[in-house]
Design a binder for this molecule. Structure first.
Ligand code: HEC
Length: 153
């Protein structure tokens, strides 16, 4: 019985050891890229769900829409932290160097996203698609505007 336990335990220890080694080897730049890509992936998921409701591809559910809007608004508040490390560009990253050479410009694009994402939460509160639609469009414009300047195609 005891012997049977040894192999799985050794394996578990090896796997744990391996993953902590992987973490130890992750550079600060890699961690920053993962952080912001993670935040944008979550943004895209929830933005896409709202987009489907706006287009009428899925049925409008005001409660779900509001929750999605809140997640996007939250991501707009946190994603900037993933850009704090200057020049954090890795092979996996599509970030452009001008994020750090033009910090004011980047900041203004980020703030526009934050403002419109917060407006979308307010619009979602009305539960009225006619009021939601134009604000959703404005948020989408803030994504595009920033990608155009600060993300590789
Ligand atoms: C202030 C600038 C800015 C705004 C606003 C912005 N993005 Fe991005 N986005 C970026 C940058 C820069 C990257 C590239 C990050 C990297 O690869 O290091 C990116 C990457 C992404 C990615 C790819 C993530 C990955 O895993 O590679 C998605 C998806 C994305 N953005 C969606 C959105 C959506 C949807 C919005 C609006 C709701 C948005 N973004 C708003 C700058 C922005």
């Amino acid at each position: 019985m005891l012997k049977k336990m040894i192999l799985p335990l050794t394996l578990a220890a090896a796997i744990l050891g391996l993953s902590s080694a992987v973490y130890a080897e992750e550079s600060p730049a890699e961690a920053a890229v993962e952080y912001r890509q993670g935040a944008y992936t979550i943004t895209k998921t929830h933005f896409g769900r709202m987009g489907a409701m706006v287009k009428g591809a899925t049925e409008f559910n005001a409660g779900e829409f509001k929750k999605d809007a809140e997640v996007v608004a939250m991501m707009s508040q946190i994603v900037g932290r993933g850009f704090e490390l200057k020049d954090s560009i890795t092979d996996d990253s599509e970030a452009k160097p001008n994020i750090w050479t033009d910090p004011e410009g980047f900041k203004s694009k980020l703030e526009a996203f934050q403002v419109e994402a917060a407006n979308l939460v307010k619009a979602a509160d009305t539960g009225d698609m006619e009021q939601i639609k134009p604000v959703f469009g404005k948020v989408a414009e803030t994504c595009k505007a920033c990608h155009k300047e600060y993300r590789e195609d």
